[in-house]
Design a protein around this ligand. Structure first.
Ligand code: EAX
Length: 325
């Protein structure tokens, strides 16, 4: 009798839990450093829409754009700790957590957008994504920030000689810092949320970012000169916390992977659009644009940096990316 009652109670509890599970909605927080109108915003919306639709509303993505949750390094840290569920971030600070991503930050490694997409969406990209997992970061997909260009307030930069002594904010990324030091600039690593103020106050002379960042962060308000150096391709990552991932069913894991790919596609489309319209926009906002930059000169000036990268990453690994068709 007693056992029957207990069994009955157990069944009731289990039933309630199951009903709860099917009705409940899990809210996942997603942070990123740029405004909702940016390429990251487009990717965040695509992710949210995909998940809402495919999960039948079991998951809802809550967006925190424009550094609301801090800089990219802080957000990646929060994702690692499980206090933030998802982040769309440039690889800038990710190398501090997953050193294997740093190889993608080498200047002039990728020839063009197509080359970058083929490498990152292929086996090489997957190998790097897999390195995130033991660090508590589930790198779901490669997204995009774009080819970075130099802006500053001192003078037009046309060749490496013009970089001498220029105080340039870099991301908190050793590979980038090595490059700017080698070019004769004074690299100043700084979190992105501090950058606008630092440019305004003249704490640094310049910075470098892709066109869609320069436009969405309104840097034309505080920077005069833009040089289309395209000195490095800046990938981004859609990262989920392992704390969330470990609780997901296999089917939901696959859904989030697909959602991240849809997010990356939307971001890349927005970057491509910004590449078409952004420079004109920045000119109209008063920036003086140097569009014919001799990139070979910059590459030649970077020779000592390339020697360092070869030591650090292995020349064969660098060539494997460079020569990837
Ligand atoms: O990810 O820090 C940077 O310059 C990044 O390019 C920006 O936060 C977008």
């Amino acid at each position: 009798m007693k056992t029957t009652r207990m069994l009955h109670t157990l069944l009731l509890v289990a039933g309630a839990a199951m009903a709860g599970a099917s009705d409940a909605q899990t809210v996942l927080k997603l942070g990123y450093s740029l405004p909702a109108t940016s390429h990251y915003g487009a990717g965040a919306q695509a992710l949210a829409d995909y998940v809402a639709q495919k999960s039948g509303g079991r998951y809802r993505i809550e967006q925190y754009p424009a550094n609301a949750l801090g800089g990219e390094r802080e957000m990646v840290e929060a994702v690692q700790l499980g206090t933030l569920d998802l982040v769309i971030t440039s690889t800038g600070p990710v190398g501090n957590f997953v050193p294997e991503t740093l190889i993608t930050d080498i200047p002039f490694l990728f020839r063009d957008y197509g080359h970058a997409h083929r490498v990152l969406d292929g086996p090489i990209g997957q190998e790097i994504l897999d390195k995130c997992t033991p660090k508590g970061l589930i790198c779901l997909a490669w997204s995009e920030n774009g080819f970075r260009h130099l802006t500053n307030n001192k003078h037009a930069v046309l060749s490496p000689a013009d970089m001498k002594g220029l105080k340039v904010r870099t991301m908190e990324n050793q590979v980038h810092m090595t490059a700017f030091r080698t070019l004769g600039a004074a690299p100043t690593p700084m979190a992105f949320p501090e950058l606008f103020g630092a440019l305004q106050q003249g704490t640094v002379d310049g910075e470098e970012n892709p066109i869609p960042v320069i436009t969405s962060a309104k840097f034309a308000q505080v920077q005069k000169y833009l040089s289309l150096t395209g000195h490095v391709y800046s990938p981004a990552l859609v990262i989920m916390s392992a704390v969330v991932w470990n609780k997901l069913s296999d089917a939901d894991r696959e859904m989030f992977k697909q959602a991240a790919r849809a997010s990356a596609a939307a971001t890349r489309a927005k970057v491509a659009e910004a590449e078409l319209t952004g420079i004109k926009e920045l000119r109209a906002q008063g920036m003086q644009v140097a569009s014919h930059i001799d990139k070979a000169k910059f590459q030649a000036a970077l020779a000592p940096a390339y020697a360092e990268y070869a030591k650090k990453f292995g020349q064969a690994n660098i060539d494997r990316i460079r020569n990837y068709k």
